[in-house]
Design a protein around this ligand. Structure first.
Ligand SMILES: C[S@@+](CC[C@H](N)C(=O)[O-])C[C@H]1O[C@@H](n2cnc3c(N)ncnc32)[C@H](O)[C@@H]1O
Length: 245
């Protein structure tokens, strides 16, 4: 199943499997501020606390909320690449990605995006908004080259850390230990973490959700699964919220 990004090389590091990201293995399709607000039920009060978009990729969320005056930082290993390279990769991959969508009609819910053509149009618009902000954002350190499970931010730097279409989605590639370490890291740098979706690429519930929830409970954190008003993967309309009690 296609979800906007694809194929990584995995390698072990002190017992935790993590990813080495190369641009030629990535499909850089990003989401918009409106999609993030729906996926994570973000309010103006949430945004005013300062947001980290971890695995932000070419999403336009951070660009759009920065324009509105909020503090938003995106962390992703692909920020080592130029905007020209990221755009070229988008154009090189869109044909095969759209073919995958069209070949699996039962896997998708066409609500926010009206149909496959509208999905492509929305992804292209998000990419353009991201690219228009990218050089300036790099110079202002709003786009930070970094990767889970270790982030270069002080503890408590953000009110909320969001993670869209990375954790849980790639459960077949990323181990339970990686997920636990990553959510702990998100909760170290932010007061609260929100993760969407809770499904894997094949549209099944991630096997790592329960283990992550048990681990953070042991850390003295609380968690809840929250229904959201966004669905593209059929059945993918829940996020995990992890927060300090
Ligand atoms: C499917 S994209 C999602 C982009 C964006 N969050 C969105 O929803 O539009 C997944 C992103 O995760 C990034 N990524 C991969 N490994 C990562 C890691 N270990 N830490 C942070 N980001 C990572 C990829 O480079 C890619 O940009």
């Amino acid at each position: 199943m296609f979800a906007g990004w694809l194929m990584v090389e995995t390698r072990p590091l002190v017992g935790i499997t993590f990813m080495a990201v190369h641009l030629d293995q990535i499909v850089p399709w990003g989401r918009s501020r409106k999609e993030y607000e729906l996926m994570f039920r973000l309010t103006a009060a949430d945004l005013s606390r300062g947001v980290l978009d971890c695995g932000g990729g070419p999403a336009s969320f951070a660009a759009e909320v920065s324009t509105s005056g909020y503090r938003a930082i995106s962390a992703d290993p692909i920020y080592a690449y130029s905007g020209t390279d990221i755009q070229a990769r988008f154009e090189a991959t869109l044909g095969s990605m759209m073919a995958q969508v069209l070949a699996t009609p039962d896997d998708w819910t066409w609500s926010y995006h009206h149909d496959p053509a509208n999905l492509l149009s929305n992804r292209r618009a998000a990419l353009q908004t991201f690219l228009a902000d990218y050089e300036r954002g790099l110079s202002e350190r709003r786009y930070v080259v970094s990767e889970l499970p270790s982030l270069p931010f002080d503890s408590g730097s953000f009110g909320i850390a969001v993670c869209s279409h990375l954790l849980f989605l790639y459960s077949d590639l990323l181990s339970e230990d990686f997920h636990i370490a990553s959510v702990r890291e998100l909760c170290r740098v932010a007061c609260e973490a929100r993760i969407f979706p809770l499904l894997t690429l094949s549209g099944k519930p991630s096997p790592h959700v329960d283990a992550v929830r048990a681990a953070v409970t042991g850390d003295g954190l609380a968690s809840e699964i929250v229904a959201v008003q966004y669905e593209l993967q059929r059945g993918g309309n829940q996020m995990l919220r992890v927060f300090r009690i």
